[in-house]
Design a protein around this ligand. Structure first.
Ligand code: SAM
Length: 200
């Protein structure tokens, strides 16, 4: 077994023990608090029993699936070593290959925070990844994007992604604005989009 996978498995076990004792270890920065305490719970209420995809896993996102208590949650990460931090339904794959793993229009929401510019870097890959995410969203489905508007992470900002022209800006769940800089220091932005409803 690769060493990183072993380390992350051990970390996930220890953190899981703390979690079960009510001692949650995570980041206390304002951008995370906003995401965990306001945005994701509000999105969970909107999604209800729907299917949510969380893209990109880390030790501090291990319990994000629990923020969607009524939803079906799938996680996805290209790095196999991050699997211990994923949900029970976890896909090891590049987001560019999403359409090979999930049917079209099968998702009610996609949360993609800290992936654009954090491994999903080339313009072509970014287009393919977001086109796939939009294709997998049902009409009316939500896309929550988190990214850092600071070099080197903002080489391809969302405004430059043609695939995002297929979704329209909407208010961030729990807030009344489409776009927000949640932490000045690293220019961590949240932006929310919605896929148009099907025309009858
Ligand atoms: C900075 S972490 C972000 C984790 C989490 N989503 C968050 O809220 O902070 C970036 C994660 O995205 C994953 N990642 C980067 N590029 C990816 C891609 N093209 N497809 C799937 N996962 C990717 C990395 O392996 C890494 O685990």
């Amino acid at each position: 077994m690769p060493a990183r996978l072993q380390v992350y498995r051990a970390m996930a076990r220890v953190l899981g023990t703390f979690d079960s004792l009510g001692w949650r270890v995570g980041y206390r920065y304002g951008d995370r608090q906003l995401l965990e305490k306001v945005i994701l719970p509000a999105l969970a209420r909107e999604v209800g029993v729907g299917h949510v995809l969380l893209v990109g896993c880390a030790w501090y996102t291990r319990d994000y699936p629990d923020l969607f208590p009524t939803s079906r949650v799938t996680t996805l990460d290209v790095d196999p070593a991050k699997s211990p931090f994923g949900a029970e339904r976890h896909i090891v794959a590049d987001m560019i290959a999403l359409a090979a793993h999930l049917p079209p229009e099968s998702l009610d929401a996609v949360v993609c925070n800290g992936v654009l510019g954090w491994g999903l870097d080339s313009p072509d890959d970014i287009e393919t990844a977001f086109a796939s995410a939009v294709a997998c969203l049902r009409p009316g489905g939500h896309l929550l994007l988190g990214w850092n508007d600071i070099p080197p992470y903002n080489a391809v900002p969302p405004d430059a992604v043609a695939a995002l022209d297929e979704v329209y800006p909407r208010a961030i769940p729990g807030l009344d604005q489409h776009s927000l800089i949640a932490l000045e220091r690293n220019q961590h932005c949240y932006q929310a989009f919605q896929k148009p409803e099907a025309r009858s």
